[in-house]
Design a protein around this ligand. Sequence first.
Ligand SMILES: Nc1ncnc2c1ncn2[C@@H]1O[C@H](COP(=O)(O)OP(=O)(O)OP(=O)(O)O)[C@@H](O)[C@H]1O
Ligand SMILES: [Mg+2]
Length: 246
Amino acid sequence: MSEAADLLLEFKDVDTYYGDLHVLKQVNYTIGRGEIVSLLGGNASGKSTTMKTIMGVVRPARGSVVFDGKPIERLATAERVRRGIAPVLEARRLFPRMTVFENLEMGAYTRKRGPEFEQDIERVYALFPRVKERHAQIAGTLSGGEQQMVAIGRALMARPRLICMDEPSMGLAPNFVEQVFATIQEINRQGTTIFMVEQNANMALTVAHRAYVLQTGQVVLSGTAEALRKNPSIREAYLGEMQVTV
Ligand SMILES: Nc1ncnc2c1ncn2[C@@H]1O[C@H](COP(=O)(O)OP(=O)(O)OP(=O)(O)O)[C@@H](O)[C@H]1O
Ligand SMILES: [Mg+2]
């Protein structure tokens, strides 16, 4: 990814702290337009902090986060959403007392209500027939897998250029995991760039074009998904080929 015009998101030497705790250390990522990029790494390596740094939940102490050619690290979260970044963060954070439909509506709050709204709802229902079936149900009563689908659907309602996902497969049964990843690929084919944290390395390296590996806040490996699948240390640490001691 060398052409700046093809880059949608960049981290340039980003350092992020929580108080004195130095979590991201001189981190660089590049996400090209149209890519699916996975972020792998052990617990507490800084994966969720990466997503929070993109969304503005935490601000980097040093370095720059560039979206569509412009630095965004000083912008409020709502402005980042308006510019086209949509989060699907940990724990899904649906509005539990609202219906499924109302949750999807909330995803479109940054846009003017118009005919596209109906199209977008239909697109979400086409991707997730289950969400359509359950549109009138109170979101807090959905199963975990159904909530994940609504969370992804809600992100799509913002018509984002980039979706940031934190562990989309967490807590899902295997058949749901496959469905969610198939949908992620379909969303990508329809033109949305995707950056996702995923513990399921097998799945992550199957659907992604490229991936980064974080270890205690530093990028220790990156490359095409194909190259990483063949990398012996990835195979040992993440693809379950040997017992690991980290
Ligand atoms: N709000 C916070 N305040 C203080 N420390 C935090 C905060 N959020 C995260 N941390 C710490 O920062 C480090 C990195 O956390 P992060 O959530 O980014 O890890 P992760 O790679 O997503 O891990 P996991 O795989 O367990 O989700 C951890 O040591 C964590 O305890
Ligand atoms: Mg995390």
